[in-house]
Design a protein. Structure first.
Length: 296
């Protein structure tokens, strides 16, 4: 067992964590590891993007402080955050690298192979993918046994779940380490075999696409469809509001991928394609199936 696996036995997180990609998901993952005690290196393509990522983390910490979820001032956590613009600058003693870039296989492979070259042989690499094949990503690596998927959910700080996706070659000790690290973040993990859509995306997209078809067929309004699932089935958020939160463009990309792997039952509705083409991407643009105020 490596020193990184041994550190997991103490229910802590790795001392040094790198996150590649400082968008909404990446910033949330950074925030979680900072509040769990890790030193975090955030990797972005440019200094401007890195600054924006740091600002997202700072805003998230401010929100957590205002809600009483953290005790220290945000500056205390930000003191352990460093930003770089080159994957090669990831410290060699990093215990975990989480890739959180857009859902494009070629981009993820480029990031993961560069990160693998920067870190030691004991480091664990993980992809925050919601639908791409972890097995195919692992095939590009020199140490595929040190790799798996860690599917975080949006918003990361508030979400209680991390879906761990295991490729056929993943070392069982790596899985156990990541289970411990997820627990140290205050979240619950589930482990699933690598399959199209895993467990969560496959089920969540199925519900979301059918809700979009219902809007398309004028069965009910988006608000009423969401209320039906929230009150009738006790979902914390309706499928259309969740689609807005995830991003209609993200949901479209996942649906197209699942349709190519699993068939026409995942074919995106024309309404979804049209809204994406019109730039109605959900919360991040202020308009999707619902209208979003800037403060929401």
């Amino acid at each position: 067992m490596s020193t990184h696996e041994q550190s997991a036995a103490g229910a802590g997180v790795p001392a040094v964590v790198a996150v590649v990609g400082g968008g909404t998901m990446g910033a949330g993952i950074v925030q979680q590891f900072l509040t769990a005690g890790a030193d975090v290196v955030l990797v972005e393509a440019t200094a401007e993007a890195a600054g924006a990522g740091r600002a997202r983390v700072a805003a998230g910490l401010e929100g957590a402080r205002s809600r009483g979820r953290i005790d220290a001032e945000p500056a205390a956590y930000l003191a352990r955050l460093r930003t770089v613009t080159d994957t090669a600058a990831i410290p060699a003693d990093t215990g975990l690298v989480v890739e959180a870039v857009p859902e494009r296989p070629e981009l993820k492979i480029a990031v993961l192979t560069a990160a693998e070259a920067a870190v030691g042989e004991d480091a664990v690499l993980a992809s925050n993918t919601s639908s791409l094949s972890v097995t195919e990503l692992a095939a590009a690596l020199q140490r595929p046994h040190r790799f798996l998927g860690t599917h975080f959910f949006n918003p990361v700080p508030a979400s209680k779940l991390v879906e761990i996706v295991v490729a056929p070659g993943t070392d069982p000790a790596v899985l156990e380490s990541v289970r411990g690290w997820v627990g140290a973040l205050g979240k619950t993990e589930i482990a699933v075999r690598d399959a199209p859509g895993f467990a969560t995306s496959r089920l969540g997209v199925t519900l979301g696409l059918e809700a979009i078809r219902m809007v398309e067929e004028e069965v009910a309004s988006p608000a009423d469809i969401d209320t039906a699932m929230e009150l009738g089935y006790r979902h914390p958020m309706g499928p259309l509001r969740l689609t807005d939160l995830v991003g209609l463009d993200v949901r479209l990309a996942i649906a197209e991928h699942l349709a190519s792997e699993l068939g026409d039952r995942f074919a995106p509705p024309e309404l979804l394609r049209r809204m994406v083409a019109e730039g109605k991407l959900g919360k991040k643009t202020g308009q999707g199936f619902h209208t979003w105020d800037e403060g929401e």
